[in-house]
Ligand binder design. Structure first.
Ligand code: 48F
Length: 258
């Protein structure tokens, strides 16, 4: 016999237990695209309590869509190392290009990150940050459905030692800080420099260079890093995204170790 109310109680109790135990953490990541999932994997694997909030129902951000909905992604030699780490299969294309199934890539990133201990909450939007003494010290969240319906409902807050903006092209978390505290970002202008037009070669390199702290205890990775520091876009080549996720995890861990 199946008791519907037992199913309801199991879901509610288990979810609330997870939510409550996530109220304070080492690192909060905004966005479950390739860079955010990769960052979460390396942080969790190294024992840091890491929570990821994703606005959408599904994970992967721009990865599952591949290039123009052809569900394939391309990486080069450096990115191939990350594909191997996650067990993502690929074929060699010409010399130095590797093609993988974008759905397999998304599934493998998600699977390994979750099993490493990353806690992911989907359907939740980060709408603000907590700032104490000019340092980011957490985030403010609400249900994505509340945001979409434009309902006037107050959010709740989660604290963490560090926050990573992995929200892709809009760089939403850095943009919030800029809006509320203009001129204080660690960029040349003090504000968001803005993403530049397509240049895959430069973008792959600059994504890594731009992966860094943008405000005390707030770090950017993936396309958010290029948007904030003025790098170009690169289309469906994903090595830079994955390597940027790994790099941001490394610099955040270094700062956490003091
Ligand atoms: O855009 P996205 O995939 O970011 P990424 O890791 O990778 C970029 C590539 O997909 C591609 C590219 C490179 O080849 O140009 O675009 O930099 O994933 C960003 C995720 O963040 C979520 C959003 O739904 C997406 O899944 N997101 C954005 N804003 C918020 C958010 C927010 N405020 N709160 C929670 N999630």
């Amino acid at each position: 016999m199946i008791e519907e109310t037992t199913i309801s109680k199991a879901i509610i109790e288990s979810y609330l237990k997870d939510l409550l135990s996530s109220i304070e953490s080492d690192v909060i990541i905004a966005g479950a695209g390739p860079s955010g999932l990769c960052a979460g994997y390396y942080l969790a694997k190294n024992g840091y309590k890491t929570i990821l909030f994703e606005r959408a129902l599904k994970l992967g951000g721009g990865m599952p869509g591949g290039g123009i909905m052809f569900n394939k992604i391309v990486v080069q030699d450096e990115g191939k190392v990350i594909l191997d780490e996650f067990g993502i299969r690929y074929e060699t294309y010409q010399s130095g290009y590797y093609v993988a199934d974008s759905l397999e890539a998304t599934a493998c990133l998600t699977d390994k990150a979750l099993k490493a201990g990353l806690k992911i909450f989907n359907l939740i939007t980060i709408e603000d940050v907590i700032v104490r003494e000019q340092c980011v010290s957490g985030v403010v969240i609400n249900w994505s459905s509340v945001e979409m319906a434009k309902l006037h409902i107050d959010p709740i807050s989660f604290k963490s030692k560090m926050v990573i903006d992995a929200t892709g092209h809009p760089a939403e978390i850095a943009t919030i800080v800029e809006r509320k505290s203009s001129g204080t970002l660690l960029t040349p202008s003090g504000n968001i420099e803005g993403e530049k037009s397509m240049w895959a070669d430069a973008a792959e390199r600059l994504t890594l260079e731009n992966t860094k702290e943008v405000y005390a205890n707030l770090f950017v990775c993936g396309m958010a890093a290029n948007a904030v520091f003025g790098g170009p876009r690169m289309g469906p080549i994903f090595g830079g995204m994955l390597l940027s996720g790994k790099k941001v995890a490394e610099i955040v861990m270094e700062k956490l170790r003091g």
